[in-house]
Design a protein around this ligand. Structure first.
Ligand SMILES: *Cc1c(COP(=O)(O)O)cnc(C)c1O
Length: 386
């Protein structure tokens, strides 16, 4: 079986320096908040054109932390797509707030700005929930329509989060999503475009006060510099708790891995774009290949085609030793725990897409020969079934 994502090829490329970096942490004993954490945060912020980057425990917690910082909770509405990984919507009930599901655009599967505007109006007219924030997702690696989404959020005084767990590194007109969003969050789950060797996440922002608050919330609401202004505390400020937070520290080991991986990430994004271009060239006339928003550069977390006989095609490819995946067979608003939340106007585009999408093997080390095998198998199946 061809690998769906080839993490071993990347590990081989990183070689001894990666193993040395891991061993260095093991020998140092600084397993929690060691020096690699601050170094990684600085390099991640620079890569993402951000003033601050906060490392944390996962991409899910990266979404929880800003919601906590803004005091979003019971009675509050946060607008998000349903065609996404469950974590995007899960964090609202976690803080006591309500997700409001909004349909996506049929070409990019990202949040539809017109439907967002309509959903905000519907929630306002209904009057039971207070609109507070929008979470846009950079699905499959490409940026959402930030200028339009930002305009809607601004008109209604809502915070904007870009959930870039799949899209970290993507740009729109040369800018990262944080140019429009209040925070960008990402995940370092191993299969994401920038992944570590376990769980991890980050929150990027340009706001000093917000970053300070996130630093505090990440470690049990501990006192941070701004909390200590104008007061004295004779003990370790770690033991002065100013607010209810949690433990969402990233392991030093993961920061050491990520420092190595970040050094080749820009090159990998280019390689992923070459793979995507080859797919488009070889398949554009037989299946629907994914369009990218004008001015956008995707990091291609997934390469997702649409095929009428999706399940038949997947079975044919499996028989040929080619793995595929369906993201997402059941949209979040149709999953049992989420059926009771508002979905003004319904989500017909999301529901139709869930029946047609098929993700092909995609990673920076997919060679042309292997890719030719994949595209030939797809072409054969489609032609035979015409
Ligand atoms: C993976 C993912 C998350 C969650 O990240 P974890 O690190 O697994 O917690 C959130 N949102 C999206 C869109 C994701 O793909």
């Amino acid at each position: 079986m061809i690998p769906f994502i080839d993490l071993q090829a990347q590990r081989a490329r990183l070689g001894q320096p990666l193993e040395d970096a891991i061993l260095k942490v093991v020998r140092s004993g600084a397993y929690i908040m060691g020096p690699e954490i601050g170094q990684f945060e600085a390099e991640l912020a620079a890569f993402g054109q951000a003033r601050h980057a906060l490392s944390c425990g996962s991409g899910t917690e990266a979404l929880v932390l800003p919601l906590m910082a803004w005091g979003i909770g019971p009675g509050d509405a946060v607008f998000c797509p349903s065609f996404t990984f469950a974590a995007t919507a899960e964090v609202m009930p976690l803080v006591g707030a309500s997700p409001v599901f909004v349909d996506v655009l049929p070409d990019t599967y990202n949040l539809d700005p017109a439907k967002l505007e309509a959903a905000i109006a519907a929630v306002k007219a209904d009057g039971r929930l207070t609109p507070r924030a929008v979470i846009a997702v950079d699905l499959f690696g490409q940026p959402a329509d930030y200028p339009a989404i930002k305009a809607a959020a601004e008109r209604h005084g809502l915070k904007l989060i870009s959930d870039s767990a799949q899209g970290f590194g993507c740009t729109l007109d040369g800018r990262h999503p944080l140019h429009w969003a209040d925070v960008t969050t990402t995940s370092f789950f191993p299969a994401k475009p920038l992944g570590c060797y376990g769980d991890g996440g980050a929150v990027l922002s340009n706001d000093d006060r917000l970053h300070d608050l996130l630093v505090s919330l990440r470690v049990h609401g501990q006192a941070v510099k701004s909390d200590l202004e104008g007061r004295t505390f004779d003990h370790d400020p770690k033991y002065l708790n100013m607010r209810v937070g949690m433990n969402s520290r990233m392991d030093t080991l993961q920061a050491a891995v990520l420092l190595q991986k970040l050094s080749i990430f820009a090159d990998e994004i280019e390689a992923r774009n070459r793979v995507a271009a080859r797919y488009a060239e070889a398949l554009g006339d037989v299946v629907r290949v994914p369009p990218v928003i004008a001015g956008g550069v995707s990091v291609w977390a997934q390469y997702v085609i649409e095929a009428e006989d999706r399940d038949g095609l997947a079975a044919h490819l499996r028989a040929e030793g080619i793995p595929t995946a369906v993201y997402y067979p059941v949209p979040v608003h149709l999953q049992a725990p989420y059926r009771g939340y508002p979905q003004p106007g319904g989500l017909p585009v999301t529901e139709a897409a869930a029946g047609k999408v098929l993700a092909l093997p995609m990673h920076a080390y997919l060679d042309a020969e292997t890719q030719d095998r994949i595209t030939a198998a797809i072409r054969n199946h489609v032609k035979r079934n015409r």
